[in-house]
Write a protein that binds this ligand. Structure first.
Ligand code: GCU
Length: 317
């Protein structure tokens, strides 16, 4: 647990009983960070200042992989983490982020808000974490610095940055490119230095991290939706009273509702701003998307062979 302070009881002074940290790798004005700030504000208010949550954005506490490692031992209390990273520890989570799995955002939210979503929040318990809520991260697309991606053939021979995730690397390789796993904060420089030809992400990340400055061709192939989870370390959780746990869960859900609303707005605004700054948007026909979809089929065998029942349930929803 971050720090524990004790009530010193001077009149009129609110001294928190718990001061807990919250890791976030996005910028301060990003929807997930604004969700985190709201969470902190709600928790403080509803515990009358007994619990204070300090949000540390911009990967101040480290890259997601490192944050997860620290949470296991209680060195970091809360975090919002991309499912790609979590699936490295709990392989079954891949079933929620497979390429071309969801028809659209509504379909994904139907899955996350129902039994399947609850099942996976609970699954976090297997690695010393407690899943609190789901955050939106939209849909991911490719973007490149020199050569546009207009069809599957254009990806052949390219080097593309992916998250530190084997599934994501295999997905990109199945599409014909070479994948390189690089932490989020290093993407800008690796494109700028020409170490990779491009990367893939949603509109808000592309804009917030200024990737549009170094990779102006943005291809809307919508290859994957990767949801995000708000988590607390089980070490921290176990030290809190049941009453406080309930407050935290409620505040997390409330913050997630705000994040989803902000996400929609920022997705649109980021795209508009990028286009205004010179981003070239390349649309892909449904026929071509079908070819992308067929190319990634083997990745399902490799990562979801054992979980095809969940994949089927998701598809049927
Ligand atoms: C998204 C996600 C981040 C993640 C990033 C990445 O932006 O919100 O948590 O680190 O993708 O591509 O690494």
């Amino acid at each position: 647990m971050g720090t524990v302070l004790w009530q010193i009881g001077r009149t009129g002074e609110t001294v928190p009983e718990y001061v807990l940290n919250y890791a976030e790798n996005q910028t301060a004005d990003y929807p997930t960070t604004l969700g985190a700030y709201r969470f902190a504000e709600l928790v403080e208010r509803q515990t009358n200042g007994r619990i204070k949550v300090i949000v540390q954005p911009e990967a101040e506490l480290g890259a997601e992989k490192e944050v997860l490692r620290q949470m296991k031992y209680g060195g970091i209390d809360f975090a919002r983490i991309s499912l790609s990273q979590l699936a490295e520890l709990i392989p079954e989570m891949n079933a929620l982020q497979m390429p071309y799995l969801y028809r659209d955002s509504t379909h994904m939210w139907e899955v996350l808000s129902g039994e399947i979503g609850d099942y996976f929040l609970e699954k976090a318990g297997e690695v010393g974490l407690v899943g609190l809520s789901w955050y939106d991260a939209g849909v991911r697309n490719f973007y490149t610095s020199q050569k546009q991606i207009t069809c599957l053939e254009d990806l052949q021979g390219m080097t593309i940055r992916v998250q530190e995730s084997d599934m994501m690397a295999d997905m990109v390789e199945a599409l014909g490119a070479t994948a390189v796993q690089i932490a989020y904060s290093e993407v800008y420089s690796s494109i700028q230095l020409g170490e990779v030809d491009g990367a893939e992400n949603n509109w808000p990340s592309y804009k917030a991290m200024n990737h549009d400055e170094v990779a102006k061709y943005y291809t809307v192939d919508e290859h994957t939706r990767v949801p995000e989870m708000q988590l607390v370390s089980a070490h921290t959780w176990e030290k809190l009273s049941e009453e406080d746990q309930e407050i935290i869960l409620e505040c997390a859900k409330e913050s997630a509702r705000l994040e989803r609303r902000l996400w929609k707005l920022q997705e649109k605004q980021s795209q508009e701003k990028a286009v205004k700054n010179g981003t070239v948007v390349i649309e892909i026909s449904d026929e071509e998307k079908e070819r992308f979809r067929a190319a990634v089929e083997p990745v399902y065998q490799k990562y979801c062979g054992e979980y095809m029942d969940i994949i089927e349930r998701i598809r049927e929803l």
